[in-house]
Design a protein around this ligand. Structure first.
Ligand code: GDP
Ligand code: MN
Length: 379
């Protein structure tokens, strides 16, 4: 679950991380009322599920009510990288002496949490990461041991912040680690983490992603459901009872069983392709399920070929084959299909499919051959 900035800041605040006083709203009059309350100058900030809002004109400073009104009306409705702004956050503006970057995330290959801190934060952090990775100070934290204050301080000192910021940074980063672990987050990022001219350290932005599998431990996370970004493909698939995750590639995937679907995604990558989705049709590969799956994938304009990967178990090969043939009568498919059928009664299934094969419906003997074929057709 990806939080909007203001939700992230409210999440941070519950762990004692200092954030600016502010409030979210969806219209101009409310924005001015909030600004009057929190005190000028204020910052008017677009609340969308993407970064780079500042550069896109979605973060503006207002000295008075007129400016607040003007910025609020310009930002509401603004298109930021395809995200239309419907919510804005108005907060009391901060004076900035320096801008830093701080985050915690999971380093899967190290099997540890990874903290990153840089003295060169702000809107250009991606460039820093690419061109000057040494400017990012890193710490790996063993989840079983946690983060000690001494290790945190050594990490902060290695980042070469303004020494005036060190105490405040240690305090915030200990709290950020707490929020990240106790809050079951996958990512907690503050960019910029600022040093004020008065010496305080403060979170000026918040990017938080919570682990959806941990929601059962946090009843209050239900409040974030309404603002989750929606993938229309996923919603259509879930309505049909399919296990579907949308991805960005061009090879549509249909497999029976989550393990096989994951392997299919892997093997497509392995032969140089990009999967468009993960789709597990489960145990039953009958015509209804197959037609539903093909429909969902066919509606994705990025799909250029479809790989149906079935390993018959309880579901027998001939049922699958009949399901595919029947489904293709019901759905008008725009992309070529490559089938790999193996497992229980695979031979019977292949015989049923044989007469239906064409240059838009192909069958390959192995998973790897089929993946290669599907990737070749997609490119
Ligand atoms: P992002 O561009 O989506 O990451 O949005 P941010 O919330 O990080 O804001 C972008 C930039 O706007 C920050 O790096 C700051 O330079 C500036 N900014 C944001 N809030 C304030 C503020 O309260 N005071 C001042 N002076 N600048 C701000
Ligand atoms: Mn930012």
């Amino acid at each position: 679950m990806d939080l909007l900035e203001y939700q992230g800041k409210q999440f941070f605040a519950t762990y004692g991380i200092p954030v600016s006083d502010g409030e979210a709203c969806s219209d101009v009059d409310a924005a001015v009322a909030i600004a009057d309350r929190v005190g000028y100058p204020v910052v008017v900030k677009a609340q969308v599920h993407t970064g780079g809002r500042g550069k896109a004109g979605g973060v503006k400073l207002a000295e008075n009510a007129d400016e607040c009104r003007e910025h609020a009306s310009n930002i509401l409705g603004l298109d930021i990288k395809g995200h239309i702004v419907e919510i804005i956050w108005i907060e009391n503006a901060s004076d900035i002496a320096e801008e830093y970057y701080a985050s915690f995330t999971l380093d899967r290959s190290a099997k540890k949490h990874l903290g990153m801190l840089s003295a060169e934060g702000g809107v250009e952090i991606e460039t820093v990461a690419e061109e000057n990775p040494d400017a990012i100070s890193k710490i790996h934290v063993d989840p079983a041991e946690g983060l000690s204050e001494a290790d945190c301080r050594a990490w902060v000192e290695a980042a070469n912040l303004n020494p005036d910021a060190n105490d405040g940074a240690v305090d915030i980063l200990m709290k950020l680690y707490d929020a990240y672990t106790k809050g079951d987050a996958d990512l907690c990022e503050i960019n910029p983490l600022i040093l004020k001219p008065t010496g305080e350290v403060h979170a000026l932005d918040a990017k938080v992603s919570l682990d959806g599998n941990a929601v059962f431990r946090h009843e209050d996370y239900a409040q974030f459901d309404a603002t989750q970004p929606r993938d229309e493909r996923e919603e259509a698939a879930h309505e049909k009872g399919l296990q579907y995750v949308g991805l960005d590639g061009s090879v549509g995937v249909i497999a029976n069983g989550a393990g096989l679907a994951m392997s299919t995604v892997d093997v497509i990558n392995q032969v140089g392709g990009e999967p468009a989705n993960f789709l597990d049709i489960g145990g039953g590969a009958n015509a209804d399920v197959m037609a539903g799956a093909l429909e969902v994938i066919n509606n994705d304009p990025k799909v250029k070929s479809i790989f149906i990967n079935i390993f018959g178990g309880i579901t027998r090969g001939e049922e699958v084959a009949n399901g595919i043939i029947e489904a293709m009568k019901r759905v008008d498919i725009d992309s070529p299909i490559v089938i790999r059928l193996d497992g229980t009664n695979a031979q019977e299934g292949r015989e049923i499919l044989q007469p239906a094969l064409s240059d838009t419906l192909m069958m390959e003997p192995t998973m790897l051959d089929a993946a290669r074929k599907a990737v070749e057709l997609a490119s």
